[in-house]
Ligand binder design. Structure first.
Ligand code: UN1
Length: 518
């Protein structure tokens, strides 16, 4: 079996405790043995990152950008192998795995040239012979903790902009995607990062490596944490960061709504809903949670939707390229998903489709042997109302709840009555309804006549309410998350000039009365 190590200060460092990473579609297929980094190793990684930072921050930004360019080329070269590894490890389809990897390549393309921009401003001074200017400065050592559902794209949204702006990294990747993360880290290193600039510590979250990394904030070894994961964990990280006066990046859960209005192209909306709800087995932050149907099309939509749901192919995506989705990423996700059946039943929702875990005797359109992983049956609940737990709770899996409304106002009000606000979508051809939706929806991201998923690499990604703390990833917006502004006064007069006090403000002359002309 392949044995992997942490990467600390450019060196391979093994840990006494280890864990195995398995193929989610076939749990007997082991990808390798990984270290479970202990507290001392996480601390060493932070110390190495501090040393890396001292070198990296002095590397000219255009050179940092050029190195990001090298990384993009390396990922492009390895795209197919990395996608195969990703799909085998965490179980998304190859088409999606290629998208996941491509998003990291796109991110490199975008930030490569940012190294030649990172503009500051020259600002006029109120004094003579004095110049003002602003500079973006790196924050320092950034702790990155990421989830297994987008093991390449989402880490790249944090690591690439943090690097181009001159920060160094300690990354704790998901234990569900350890091999993919290792491969990605080696491609990052290959690009030419000096030792210590990227450190990788493997292990679990609570009570393990992830928690140790968060503790490093209190030891003043981290200047920032960037996290993608659950709202519950995000809140805890936010508290630790808050008492250290550091602004974390928190990309958290969602219960994303899709509205389908009476005038929508129903076939198009059905395709969008199907993909949004069941793509990646519903294990995206941007997956569809509440499907809000306008009363006149409610029954017709459900009929068309169920017809398609019944044809969804599920299976091991490496063996069967045409499945819509594969397994749960891990057993914990499966168990949490399975529990929602009891919740929705207790709520009084009506089960239109779905039969919990797929087994030999409960196969739907499963291809192959379902006992080799945890596979869930596509699940549709109808008759869901705003007061139900199933309406309010994120169900990270192949499940969608249908809510009936009447008209655009009730549709938007319903969409807004969850505590999350990540993504959202509406299907309508009425420009006014689309405008009202765009104007009133409480979400960081919205689609008009498209699915809730599908953010592009240069658009701001993030949410409002329980979905995050307002930070944004990707595009020009993410740069704010990894830099601070430094304002510099350059006094050339050779004397002490006091702003506001020695400033020669213009004096107002005698008042001119316009009515004197009449
Ligand atoms: C996530 O679910 O954590 O918009 C990220 C999308 C993808 C990224 C999702 N481009 O669905």
């Amino acid at each position: 079996m392949k044995k992997y190590s942490n990467i600390i200060g450019g060196k391979s460092v093994s840990s006494q405790k280890t864990f195995l990473s398995r193929n989610s579609s076939n749990l007997e297929d082991i990808l390798g043995e990984f270290p479970d980094a202990n507290l001392e190793q996480v601390r060493e990684a932070c110390i190495a990152a501090k040393q890396g930072f001292d070198v990296w921050r002095k590397t000219p930004a255009p050179i940092r950008g050029q190195i990001i360019g090298n990384i993009g080329k390396a990922i492009e070269r390895e795209k197919e192998a990395l996608s195969q590894l990703l799909s085998r490890e965490m179980g998304k389809t190859l088409k999606e795995a290629r998208g996941d990897v491509q998003e990291a390549i796109d991110t490199c393309h975008f930030f490569q040239s940012e190294g030649r921009r990172l503009y500051g401003q020259t600002v006029p001074s109120e004094m003579h012979n004095k110049e003002l200017s602003t500079y973006r400065r790196p924050l320092g050592v950034v702790g990155v903790i990421t989830a297994g559902n987008f093991p390449v794209a989402v880490p790249s949204w944090k690591i690439i902009p943090a690097l181009v702006t001159g920060n160094s990294i300690v990354w704790k990747p998901s234990e569900d995607a350890a091999a993919t993360s290792y491969a990605f880290a080696k491609l990052l290193e290959e690009g030419g990062l000096p030792d210590g600039v990227l450190n990788v510590v493997f292990g679990g979250g609570a009570g393990s490596t992830g928690e140790f990394l968060v503790q490093m904030m209190d030891e003043k070894r981290l200047n920032k944490i960037a996290f993608t994961g659950s709202t519950a964990v995000g809140r805890k990280i936010g508290e630790v960061a808050g008492r250290n006066l550091s602004h974390p990046t928190l990309e958290l859960g969602g219960k994303n709504p899709m509205i389908v209005m009476r005038d929508a192209d129903l076939d198009n909306a059905v395709a969008g809903a199907l993909w949004a709800a069941f793509g990646t087995g519903g294990q995206r932050c941007t997956s569809l949670g509440n499907l809000i149907l306008d009363e006149p099309i409610h029954d017709a939509f459900i009929e068309k939707f169920l017809e398609k749901v019944k044809t969804i192919k599920i299976g091991d995506p490496i063996k069967h390229e045409d499945v819509l989705y594969g397994p749960f990423i891990n057993e914990r996700f499966y168990k949490a998903w399975d529990a929602h059946y009891d919740m929705a039943k207790a709520d009084g929702a009506t089960l239109l489709h779905g039969s919990r875990r797929i087994t030999d005797t409960n196969k739907d359109n499963f291809i192959g042997d379902p006992s080799t992983g945890f596979f869930g049956s596509p699940t549709v609940w109808a008759g869901v109302t705003k007061d139900m737990d199933i309406f309010k709770t994120e169900v990270f899996g192949p499940t969608v709840s249908i809510v009936k409304v009447n008209g655009i106002d009730e549709a938007i009000e319903t969409a807004n009555s969850v505590d999350y606000g990540l993504s959202s979508a509406i299907y309508t051809n009425n420009r006014m309804w689309a405008y009202q939706f765009k104007d009133q929806i409480q979400a960081g991201m919205s689609s008009i006549n498209n699915s809730t998923t599908g953010a592009e690499a240069h658009m701001p990604f993030g949410g409002v309410k329980g979905s995050g703390n307002g930070t944004r990833e990707s595009g020009i917006w993410v740069i704010e998350s990894y830099t601070y502004w430094h304002g510099v006064n350059d006094e050339l007069s050779g004397k002490l000039q006091l702003a506001q006090m020695d400033t020669e403000y213009g004096e107002v002359k005698q008042a001119f009365d316009v009515s004197s002309l009449m």
